[in-house]
Design a protein around this ligand. Sequence first.
Ligand code: PMP
Length: 361
Amino acid sequence: MSKVYNFCAGPAMLPEEVMAQAQREFIDFDGLGVSVMELSHRGKEYMAVAAEAEKDLRELMQVPDNYKVLFMHGGGRGQFAAVPQNLLGGANKKADYLLSGVWSKAALTEGVKFGDMQGVDGVIKLDNGGFKLVDKPQFRSDAAYVHFCPNETIEGIEMFDLPDTGSIPLVADMSSTILSRPVDVSRYGIIYAGAQKNIGPSGLAVVLVREDLLGQARSDTPAIFDYKVTADNDSMFNTPPTYSWYLAGLVFKWLKRQGGLEAIEAKNIEKAQFLYDYIDASDFYSNHVDLACRSRMNVPFQLKDAALDADFLTQSKAANLMALKGHRIVGGMRASLYNAMPLEGVKALVAFMERFAKQHS
Ligand code: PMP
């Protein structure tokens, strides 16, 4: 059987080397005769695993010393609630949400439960169904924070520049772009990400928070979602998702072996370009997201006749190209090309797309 390439938007493909290492260590971790999953989170063996993962993430993202790194429960959506709970405990209950697609809107929908939230349009929908960024979104000057989602997983929109918010702290949902390229952490108040794309198993959330933003939580914030409680307890206030944290650590080591974020970015550019170039040159497939904001991680594309979608999916699956169905809101197809997707996978996809287009023209 030829290799299976998994284009799922998340839970997504993980590096084969990482999975093989996890398998080798599964029953007997480090000669202890038990699995990592069975270790006490407070024992020295697991504490070392946890600390090493944090150290590697700090190194990869060059996290400044005045930021805490938290390993939390509840994935991306958990943070949709945790962010307003943690930042709106004072008198200022205002926060602005830059709306660029489904996930930033979902963050706002959760956010309105906790304060005076305002959505700010961040993209223009084009006549051909594509998207273009709004030049200068306008935020309230007295907002406590501005939330945005630099990579909209469903629409395939990625923002490479930060919105200009002056001194207002920026909060970024980086679930589907984290670790795909270097970012200057010091320009953000909070960065968070659900793990299931570029980090590890679902359910885990990684949060980077600037220390001056700690201690402003609403009094009714559940303790396990409170950043200060989490930070004060090294993310072990309660039992953390230990196995996911361990696996994230293996992914961070793998990323370091790849040469870090500059190196992985170069690979990600090459992969995305390979697919977009083919789509743009073809009159059978299309993607209408403006060139300036096309996602490197999620590439949605349409067939020229949607009646062929079902056949495309049946045949691609038979060719070991998995999970290409687009999100129901956008339709068509979507190929997610996270860090673990090798260029060979993208080449196999393009070769299949070529064959399919020939068959139907
Ligand atoms: N934000 C973004 C950008 C996402 O893509 C997703 C999930 N696909 C989420 C948030 C929600 O993550 P979770 O399912 O872990 O709650």
